[in-house]
Design a binder for this molecule. Sequence first.
Ligand SMILES: Cc1ncc(C[n+]2csc(CCOP(=O)(O)OP(=O)(O)O)c2C)c(N)n1
Length: 580
Amino acid sequence: MTNRDTGRFAFFRQVMADGITCMFGNPGSSEENLLDALNDPAFKDFSYYLALQEGSVVGMADAYARATPAVQLPGDPAPWRRPVLVQLHSYAGLANGLGMMYLARRGYTPMVVIAGEAGLRYEAMDGQMAADLPAIARPFVKSDQNGPCAWRVVDAGSLLRLTRRAIKTAATPPYGPVFLALPMDVLDQPATEPVARTIPVASRVLPDRSVIAAAARLLAAAQHPLILMGDGITAAGAQDELADVATQLGATVWGGNDSEVNLPVSHPLYAGALGHMFGEASRTVTSAADVVLACGTTLLPEVFPLADGVFAPNAKLIHFDLNEAEIGKNFPTAIAALADPKPTLAALAQELGQIMDAGQRATARDRLAHQRQAKEEARAKARAADQTAWQNGRLHISQFAKALAARLPPDAMIFDEALTSSPELMRYLPQDRPGHYFQTRAGMLGTGLPGAVGLKAAYPDRLVIGFTGDGGGISTIQALATAARHGLGAKFVVCNNRSYRILKYNLRNYWQALQQPANQAFPPSFDLDRPELRFDKLAEGLGVAALRVERPDEIEPALDRALQQPNEPFLIDLMLSSEL
Ligand SMILES: Cc1ncc(C[n+]2csc(CCOP(=O)(O)OP(=O)(O)O)c2C)c(N)n1
């Protein structure tokens, strides 16, 4: 038996046979035999993206997987989304990566995380770094009917079986991260299993016609229909079907866990995301409806949700989702069905087309016209306010956004962790094409810089721009070194307001709820002005050229410089006001 017949080589043969071509990681001694195998010429087409802290490793991998479409390779019965492969080091690397794994779980990212262990033979010794890795990973991985999907390979005869199980589970909707612990001595044993192709479970689930018909009847008769949607729409590729249902009903569409382009932002019926913080803020929208169609979303994902009074007392809730756990989780439903949004919304649109009468259609058209006008007016007002802000001669984020928008090619990709700067930025930047705009999600800080690197790894030929706040940027600043090392020419913009500004907004809300004055002092820990964070200098220290922009007249030259070399990563440190 040659060395190449051992598990550490077989592992990569298996993942490559499944069409996985790269891995994001940060190495340690307990993965050394696995990484050593990668030097084999057989794996020369397999890329290892090194990131210098695990938050960055998993953040990059998450964005890479979000941007990577389903593909059909020879032998596949249908296209499917390959999970992204992540390698972390023992408990130490795994623990550092857990926050971003939570992001991947909430965001339904197909992801296989592996970590090495010194070896089963040391089991009784409790040596340095000994830890129950699957137990650490369990709360952060996808669960199936058998429980949380975190496993440990203890026998060489099941290495590929478990590798395939991990790939299949991560890649079967609803997607999510799974974990596999790989002890070194198991990987050093001969692999006895043949490589066999993995196939995820086909799950284009369409409910019975009677269920669709009942939902269509409720929606057609609604006076105030509302659609709540989330990233389950993008996971199913159901944007067109959603637009069709919304348009027929003239129903406004709001995002729940909405961080992808689930409906083009310019669609007249798209009203925005409900927001991630306060159920009280969402209630104005949710309680005004008499029939609510929820599809591909959690209800509701705020940090401080409302337990009661979310929906009107007699409102009817219809919930279609591929994640059974989300359906009827918090609120009673009138119709609840395990359903893939794409065929289900297509069937619903067809049914509505047949049953809506002339009066219902006319009312739906009125609703649409009214919503279109309200949206256009709000947008014009916001843009006018931006113009006024430009008069005072100070750098304003919307000025930068407008200048950048004028230069973006149609296939540019944007990763948005601009947080409090995001609304002004996104008034000008496109968010209409699925797969071209990605927002941060799940409350994990530091997704912006690694997010841009992950997108650029997935699409090296496209212009990728990642926005972050200074708080987010500093927490995963090492991502820049990955861009420099691997020649990933992503462009980074730090919206530097020298504060954790969102925490100030949220605390002000809290004061308001307690009827306290709004002009109190904020905790000093919300400020990032001491020491001054020089992102331009930090970037240069990590191998990325950078410029600081402090005045409006510096915007155009900075953009000229940033966009000059497509393959060169570049950072703009945008000095914004810290005012609320
Ligand atoms: C890992 C992690 N640490 C802390 C937080 C809490 N937190 C959420 S937003 C935020 C501040 C973000 O500041 P910044 O990125 O500068 O954006 P800004 O609010 O100024 O727009 C913090 C500290 C978090 N969500 N995750």
